[in-house]
Write a protein that binds this ligand. Structure first.
Ligand code: KG4
Ligand code: ZN
Length: 374
């Protein structure tokens, strides 16, 4: 484990408690993809310690995550990350009230590593254990701490029900979040996820992995109207997505452009035009969702974006504009809580613990685990 790839995103042991009653403390562990992460979060919404060990440099040369390498890297890192997290919070395992870990969905080798570590700790110390659905971690983290699109530190209380677009590397779904464990699927991708589309386009342009942040950066310098990419399904009713057609159009545009013409300006315009099509698709599908009878009846006050793709500035601001148009609040997690992290798992652990949803019998981790099966 290389120490350079450790990111610490907490206030350390100095994180103060906002309330006088003793808060519930949760150790959360995430290992479902290419981040080994642990966090200690309390029920007053303080992140006492949060460490993310990113494996990105280990996978970069392959242009994507290699599951077997990821699982091995998790094994090598997990004990040290948990130990460092406890040290930063100035706590011991004995101080924890509840242990939580991702039990799926994700790359099963990695999920197993984090889940077995959490199970071992909980069994050895006789503490309650929560099997967190990774998607629920993304879905609930805006309730831990959310900021406006400009990250102006405006805290928004995200209350149930809310309308959520969860866009990550593995998923793209529109959900009505009615409560902890209560999700109604309104729409989802029929093929690639939004993050996958960003990653694949970046790969074909030779920009590296993960592609989302790089395309986002390039798009800021480019002309979104320079090239036309399709807006799949946008002329159809419903809230489902399809991104594979955009990817194919990207491939075709690239193939017909002579290599000598693929200069910096071409790449920036390409990224901006591609990103504009993803933004339009998201806004079109969300607009349909806002007109959907199920959403009208539920009357959510907040429109929320979460998942790794929620880091994208163009996507965040387009969704914020849409929320304003529909007189809704807009919420998104702070940037460091959009991509995979242990704090979202600790928070989902606390939310589940509060409603008594703890492990009562041995749980087998699940590579696939839809939010509608909680
Ligand atoms: O939620 P996440 O960390 O992992 C999964 O659960 O899948 O999301 C990772 C995805 C990757 O596809 C990455 O390219 C994308 O989020 N991503 C972005 C940005 N930052 C990360 N996509 C677009 N713009 C970004 N700024
Ligand atoms: Zn994720």
């Amino acid at each position: 484990m290389s120490k350079e790839n450790i990111i610490i995103t907490d206030m350390g042991a100095s994180a103060s408690n906002k309330h006088s009653t003793k808060p519930v403390l949760c150790l959360g562990i995430e290992s479902s993809c290419d981040e080994t992460s642990a966090a200690i979060v309390d029920s007053d919404k303080n992140i006492l310690a949060h460490i993310i060990y990113s494996q990105i440099p280990e996978h970069q040369k392959y242009g994507g995550v290699v599951p077997e390498l990821a699982a091995r890297a998790h094994i090598l890192a997990i004990d040290e990350i948990i130990k460092l997290t406890l040290e930063r919070a100035n706590k011991t395992i004995a101080d924890m009230d509840v242990i939580a870990a991702t039990a799926g969905p994700g790359l099963i080798g990695g999920v197993l590593v984090g889940w077995m570590a959490a199970t071992g700790i909980a069994n050895a110390t006789n503490k309650p254990l929560v099997a967190v659905n990774h998607l629920e971690g993304h879905a609930l983290v805006p309730r831990l701490k959310s900021t406006s699109a400009t990250d102006s530190a405006t805290d928004i209380d995200v209350e149930f029900p809310y309308l959520l677009i969860l866009a990550s590397g593995g998923h793209c779904q529109i959900l009505l979040v009615q409560g902890v464990g209560k999700y109604e699927l309104i729409g989802q991708t029929l093929d690639d996820s939004a993050g996958e589309a960003f990653d694949k386009v970046a790969k074909m342009l030779g920009l590296g992995y993960p592609g989302g942040p790089i395309v986002d950066k390039r798009a800021k310098e480019g002309d979104p109207k320079k090239f036309h990419f399709p807006r799949p399904l946008c002329d159809k009713p419903g809230c489902d997505f399809s991104f594979s057609g955009i990817k194919t159009a990207a491939r075709m545009l690239l193939d017909k452009t002579d290599e000598s013409l693929r200069d910096e300006k071409f790449i920036n315009d390409f990224c901006a035009s591609f990103q504009a099509s993803v933004v339009d698709c998201i806004i079109n599908r969300l607009t349909n969702a806002l007109h959907d009878e199920r959403i009208i009846n539920a009357a959510p006050k907040t429109l929320v974006v979460a998942g790794g793709v929620a880091k994208n500035s163009a996507i965040r601001s387009a969704i914020e504009n849409l929320a304003n148009k529909f007189n809704m609040q807009f919420a998104a997690p702070p940037m460091n809580l959009c991509t995979d992290n242990g704090a979202m798992i600790a928070w989902a652990g606390l939310e589940n613990y509060k409603i008594g949803n703890i492990v009562k019998e041995p749980v087998a981790p699940r590579p696939r685990w839809p939010l509608t099966e909680l």
